[in-house]
Write a protein that binds this ligand. Structure first.
Ligand code: ASP
Length: 298
């Protein structure tokens, strides 16, 4: 029997800087949390809400994903996305994808319409054309380069931004969706954690998790799967998520993650200055925050 409870959290990247103005992102994230809450209260599935929310974040042009993407060192826009449906552990992903407006929708089609988990590069683009996913005619006019100037990490380190959403629905199903243009100044062909299930996205019957940060560290720690496996082993979702962020910190990386468990508890730890985030639960919690004015667990 399900507990008839829902919960969701979203992130708009852990590359937030204290000296920047987030007066557009904070109400925008809250609006998306409200929309997700209404959809979940009406019985929508975790997977649908995770994908819709990630698409809205992509479309806004406010975050470093979808329309908000920044170019790589060669001036090209290569985007990564993945999603995972916890009830079946089905996953879909696209990596280094060019010319497609909603990489998260492409990831969903890979999951639903191919026998594979991930498509990359030209093959992924051909598949998206076949699937009639909206193309981009003039990348320089389309993309807003939302995160530029956001991170002031010293040159040579990996400054970043991403969007993601984790959901528990009324039927006890969980899902996670994550989408990004990757780290600033990335090499052509660089693929981060975001399109890799276990690293940047994970959902199973214990937790749904979405990461944001220096993706190389999230890959090296299997960050999102590790969070869920810690929950499976008896940790609370807050303990599990914090332990993973601590491990990333010990290796020299930064970032954050959002996670929800089957009881609808939410964890949103980060070791960077801030993480753009919002949340909504069936017991009335709703909000959005960037820095420590907001909670990191519920
Ligand atoms: N994790 C992403 C990547 O490494 C970037 C981010 O989350 O900001 O591609």
């Amino acid at each position: 029997m399900s507990m008839r409870r829902f919960a969701m959290a979203l992130h708009g990247g852990a590359g937030a800087r204290r000296n920047r103005d987030y007066s557009r992102e904070v109400p925008h994230m809250l609006e998306l949390a409200e929309r997700a809450r209404n959809r979940l209260a009406g019985g929508a599935s975790a997977l649908d809400v995770a994908v819709e929310t990630a698409m809205a974040l992509e479309d806004s042009g406010l975050y470093v994903a979808g329309r908000g993407a920044s170019p790589n060192l060669a001036g090209d826009y290569e985007l990564d996305a993945s999603l995972m449906d916890g009830s079946s552990q089905a996953a879909g992903a696209v990596a280094a994808l060019k010319g497609v407006r909603n990489p998260i929708l492409a990831a969903r089609r890979v999951m639903e319409a191919t026998p594979h988990v991930m498509l990359a590069g030209e093959g992924a683009e051909a598949f998206c054309r076949e699937q009639d996913l909206a193309g981009i005619e003039d990348p320089d006019a389309w993309f807003t380069r939302a995160g530029q100037g956001e991170d002031n990490h010293p040159p040579g380190t990996l400054a970043h931004g991403t969007v993601g959403c984790v959901v528990l629905d009324l039927n006890g199903r969980m899902a996670s969706a994550t989408s990004t243009a990757g780290v600033f100044g990335k090499m052509p062909g660089r693929v981060g954690d975001t399109p890799i299930p276990a690293a940047g996205t994970w959902a199973d019957s214990h937790a749904a998790v979405s990461g944001t940060g220096q993706g190389e560290y999230f890959i090296r720690t299997a960050a999102c799967a590790q969070t869920s496996w810690r929950v499976a082993a008896g940790a609370t979702v807050a303990q599990a998520a914090q332990a993973v962020i601590d491990e990333i910190g010990r290796l020299g990386g930064d970032g954050g993650l959002i996670a929800v468990d089957r009881q609808g508890r939410i964890a949103m730890p980060y070791n960077s200055q801030g993480m753009k985030r919002a949340w909504a639960t069936s017991d009335g919690h709703i909000g959005s925050a960037v820095f420590d004015e907001g909670p990191t667990q519920l």
